[in-house]
Write a protein that binds this ligand. Structure first.
Ligand SMILES: [Zn+2]
Length: 271
C-alpha cells in the first residue's frame, strides 16, 4: 500500500464517519431532526409523530406540526430561513398540535369539522391537484379521504416521494374514528395511490415514521386495499378487538391483519 492509497483509505473512512454522524442535524427534548434526502428532513417527535421539512430554492414547506413541540417555529428556523408554508395532512391533534406557532396553515376544507376552535391564524384550504412551487421542487396535493374526511398526501413527483400523514397508516391504518367513512372510501383512496405509484411515486413517507423507519412501496398499499376489499366481501382473516379506545373513536374498535397491513375499523361502518 503506497502513501497515496493510505491517504485515500483514511479519507474514505473519515467521509463515511462524517456522513453517518451528520444524519441527525438537531435534537431537543421534544424532537430530533435528521436529513432524509437532499433538501428533505424528517422531524421525529418523542411521542412518535412525524413532520417533514422540504426546502426549495425560494420557499420551504413543513408537513404537519406534531403534538407538542415547544417553539416549533424557531426549531424549523434552525434548518431553513426560507418563507415557510405549513401544510397539515389532517386535523388530528398529533399532526396539527403546534399550528399555534404559525400565522397561517394549509388544510383540506373537509377536515374543518375536526379542527379545534383555538387556532387564531389564517386557514387556507387546499384541494386535490393544488401545487406549491418551492423553487426547483413542486409539491402537489392529493386528497385521500377515509382516515379523516380531509386527509391529504403531498407528492413530490420529481423525487418520487409521497408524504402520507395517516391516510394509509404507519403499518396500521385507523378507520375507527369519527366521522366514520365507509370502507369503500378507503379502497378508492388506495386505488388512487396505487395509480400514482404506477406513474412514478416510489416512496411513501408515513405520518409516524419512528415506528417504521423506512418508506413504504406500492406492495404496502396493495396489501391494504386487498385487505379492505376482503373486509367488505366478508373474506378477511378473523378480526380481533383493538386494545386501544380513543375518545373520538368507535365503542367497539376491531382490527384485522394480513401481511404487513393492519386495518382498525368500526364494524358498524364497514359498508
Ligand atoms: Zn390521524
Amino acid at each position: 500500500m503506497n502513501l497515496k492509497s493510505i491517504f485515500l483509505s483514511l479519507f474514505l473512512i473519515l467521509f463515511t464517519w462524517i456522513n453517518a454522524s451528520s444524519q441527525s442535524v438537531f435534537k431537543n427534548d421534544d424532537l430530533e431532526i435528521s436529513k432524509l434526502e437532499d433538501k428533505v428532513w424528517v422531524i421525529e417527535t418523542t411521542d412518535k409523530t412525524t413532520m417533514y421539512l422540504i426546502e426549495g430554492t425560494d420557499k420551504a414547506m413543513l408537513i404537519d406540526t406534531g403534538t407538542k413541540c415547544e417553539k416549533l417555529d424557531e426549531v424549523v428556523h434552525k434548518i431553513t430561513r426560507k418563507p415557510l408554508s405549513v401544510v397539515v395532512t389532517h386535523a388530528h391533534g398529533d399532526h396539527d398540535g403546534n399550528i399555534g406557532f404559525f400565522k397561517e396553515i394549509y388544510l383540506h376544507a373537509a377536515d374543518t369539522v375536526l379542527l379545534g376552535k383555538t387556532y387564531k391564524g389564517k386557514v387556507h384550504f387546499v384541494k386535490d391537484g393544488d401545487v406549491f412551487d418551492l423553487g426547483g421542487k413542486v409539491i402537489e396535493v392529493s386528497h385521500m379521504p377515509a382516515h379523516t374526511p380531509g386527509s391529504i398526501v403531498l407528492l413530490d413527483k420529481q423525487a418520487g416521494s409521497c408524504y402520507s400523514g395517516d391516510a394509509f397508516g404507519s403499518g396500521q391504518v385507523w378507520l375507527q374514528l369519527r366521522p366514520f367513512a365507509p370502507m369503500r372510501t378507503y379502497i378508492n383512496s388506495c386505488k388512487k395511490m396505487e395509480k400514482l405509484m404506477d406513474e412514478g411515486i416510489t416512496k411513501i413517507y408515513c405520518g409516524h415514521y419512528p415506528y417504521v423507519k423506512k418508506a413504504y412501496d406500492k406492495a404496502y398499499i396493495t396489501e391494504m386495499r386487498t385487505l379492505a376489499e376482503a373486509l367488505v366481501n366478508g373474506t378477511a382473516p378473523k378480526a380481533t378487538a383493538h386494545p386501544q379506545k380513543v375518545s373520538i373513536g368507535s365503542e367497539n374498535p376491531m382490527m384485522v391483519t394480513h401481511g404487513g397491513a393492519t386495518i382498525v375499523y368500526d364494524p358498524e361502518h364497514l359498508k
